[in-house]
Design a protein around this ligand. Structure first.
Ligand SMILES: [Zn+2]
Length: 627
């Protein structure tokens, strides 16, 4: 589906986000921004703000944020394309799609969604109204589910008649061929078409926005001949590795609680939901994929793995640790009393008991250590070396050095090992991992080599200056972006989030496109990045206003120019000052006179560089810009 970029931009520059949002959320002006009660989390005092200047929204409570498209997508649970289409209609802008085949594709996708909606309604009716469905219905009620819950998850029943759907659609109809395409119907060796899910309880699988993309069918009675579950195959609307069961129903609660509980089965999730615990997703017996972990990380960075207490459950939870760690998630593991699964536990206990269990969850490393300890493997010196290596493996996946060193010291203490030994071992594993997880795209080669390794988190001082640069870019002035682009290379930016945002400003400038925050926000895919960006953009503080106070007599353009000069200068000098500090430290500890003189030479060179920078970026004044 292609809507021309120009049309997307045209809409953005014609629409006023305040008008659109205020149709759904009552807003009041306070200071520079409009404020309202956030529609994305529950609150009493407004922390949801909309900026007319910057054409973005941001909530200081739940950090939701974005431009007008994002607002419509999240508020109305529609797709990006639908949001663009809706605004185009509102503004009377005609969309001429770039490619006719794209348009055909989109309408076929739409047909597939509609087909699923139609089928799930049929299955719902069967569950509630047919005689055969009654068995399934009673079974579900016996398992403790209430009718309202069944309705909330649109659970249905596919009749045992294997011709049910094809009879309904007509054997050669368009719908029958679409149903074959997404696996509602199957074809046997003799070319006969049959209903894939016949005789099963149907759990529709929802996209994050709540559309039915696939089905899982569960048998009622255990059978030697049939698997417990039958699932839809992958299709143009269903990519298994990118859908998380339960996210459609639980995403708001995941945001609100800041935690996602991961369970194994659909029924576990549904049962918890019925008991008011909604920040849950289910992995349905398989390991989480990279795509699923990435999707989840858009809603929260904290997950609690909750698995059945048996050995298989423990193994399953450990399998998911790696993939979650690579997304930078904080993982805790909660264990159920032996013999229980989440469904049975919540039926015998209160929601408060369950939450207590979640609150008792252990850090994953601690959990693994205790697990091996219980198995007795740690007392065997041969085995314990392997186990320590096994325990270090996930630690190596963290990209937070501080967290890593904390975990290492806790391991060192626990196993009475030297931290150095563990660090060496960790380094070996990291080297191996680097080969395994090389980024698909090489980072851009820079003329100026960064002195500090990329893995090191930038200092608070550097973050402050990088944010100044961002603040200057957020003025949305084409010339300012151009000046900064000319003077600051991406490789000089250390923080990866800052770098990604600045990269987008630069590339919009390269293409001579709009560089306003509303346009930049449209290109931010990552949820965390989006929240960070809108938060920064909507902060009441802006550098230009600060400068306005200091230099009221200067004309706006000149003032902005001077401001940017000053920011670029301070940014560059702050980098060198950090190097100087390190050099000073090395000078203090270096004993060899030859090496000392080399260091001194470097020191002088850096001092000279500062002088050059100072004269290159001359500004009116050297007064501090304070945040
Ligand atoms: Zn909010």
């Amino acid at each position: 589906m292609r809507i021309p970029q120009a049309t997307i931009q045209q809409i953005l520059s014609s629409v006023n986000i305040v008008d659109v949002v205020s149709q759904y959320v009552p807003l009041r002006v306070k200071g520079k921004n409009h404020w309202g009660v956030c529609p994305f989390h529950s609150e009493k005092t407004p922390s949801f703000s909309v900026s007319e200047d910057k054409q973005i929204f941001h909530c200081f409570g739940c950090h939701a944020g974005g431009n007008v498209y994002k607002f419509l997508m999240d508020y109305k649970k529609i797709s990006y394309v639908e949001a663009v289409q809706e605004l185009a209609q509102l503004l009377g802008i005609h969309i001429s799609y770039e490619d006719q085949t794209d348009q055909k594709e989109i309408s076929e996708l739409e047909e597939l969604y509609e087909l699923n909606e139609e089928v799930i309604k049929l299955y719902n009716t069967e569950l509630y109204e047919s005689t055969a469905g009654k068995t399934a219905f009673d079974y579900l009620l016996n398992r403790g589910l209430k009718q309202a819950t069944l309705r909330a998850f649109q659970i249905g029943y596919a009749p045992a008649n294997r011709m049910f759907l094809s009879d309904f659609f007509g054997a050669n109809s368009r719908k029958a061929s679409l149903a074959l395409k997404i696996g509602l119907l199957g074809k046997n060796d003799q070319g006969r078409v049959y209903d894939r899910f016949s005789g099963r309880i149907i759990f529709p699988i929802f996209s994050t926005n709540g559309r039915v993309v696939a089905f899982a069918g569960r048998i009622i009675e255990k059978s030697e001949y049939a698997g417990k579950y039958v699932n839809s195959p992958e299709s143009s609307i269903y990519s298994k590795g990118k859908i998380l069961y339960g996210l459609s129903h639980g995403k708001d609660d995941i945001r609100k609680t800041g935690n996602a509980i991961v369970v194994e089965g659909y029924l576990d999730l549904i049962s918890l939901y019925q008991n008011g615990i909604k920040n849950v997703i289910a992995v349905s017996g398989t390991a989480l994929t990279e795509g699923q972990a990435m999707l989840l990380s858009r809603y929260t960075k904290d997950v609690t793995l909750l698995f059945d207490a048996d050995e298989a459950g423990v193994k399953a939870s450990m399998r998911n640790v790696d993939v979650l760690l690579r997304q930078g998630m904080n993982i805790r593991v909660a264990s159920l009393p032996s013999g229980e699964d989440p469904d049975s536990f919540i039926q015998k206990n209160t929601p408060a008991d369950f939450l207590h269990l979640i609150n008792q969850a252990q850090n994953f490393l601690e959990f693994q250590t205790i697990y091996y300890d219980k198995k007795g493997d740690l007392r065997d010196p041969l085995k314990s070396a392997d186990i320590i290596r096994e325990l270090l493996r996930p630690v190596a996946l963290l990209d937070d050095p501080l967290k890593q060193s904390r975990l290492l010291s806790s391991l060192a203490e626990r196993f009475k090992l030297s931290q150095q030994l563990l660090e060496d071992e960790l380094y070996k594993i990291q080297r191996k991992n680097q080969d395994l997880y090389k980024p698909a795209v090489e980072p851009p080669k820079s003329r100026v080599q960064s002195e500090t390794p990329a893995s090191k988190a930038p200092s608070a001082q550097r973050m402050k200056f990088e944010r100044f640069i961002l603040k200057a870019l957020l003025e949305g002035e084409f010339e300012i972006v151009g000046f900064i682009k000319k003077n600051i290379e991406l490789s000089e930016i250390e923080d990866s989030q800052n770098k990604k945002i600045i990269e987008i400003f630069y590339s919009l400038h390269d293409q001579e496109l709009d560089v306003t925050p509303g346009a930049v926000v449209d290109l931010l895919q990552d949820q965390n990045l989006l929240e960070y960006f809108t938060g920064l953009a909507i902060e009441p503080y802006t550098v230009s206003e600060e400068w306005e106070k200091q230099y009221p007599s200067l004309e706006r353009n000149l003032r902005l120019q001077q401001m940017v000069l000053d920011i670029v200068k301070r940014f560059k000098i702050s980098r060198i000052q950090e190097e100087l500090k390190q050099l000073q430290h090395s000078l203090g500890t270096e004993t060899s006179p030859e090496k000392q003189s080399v260091l001194l030479g470097e020191y002088k060179e850096l001092r000279d560089t500062i002088k050059i920078i100072e004269s290159k970026y001359k500004t009116i004044d050297n007064e501090e810009i304070e945040e």
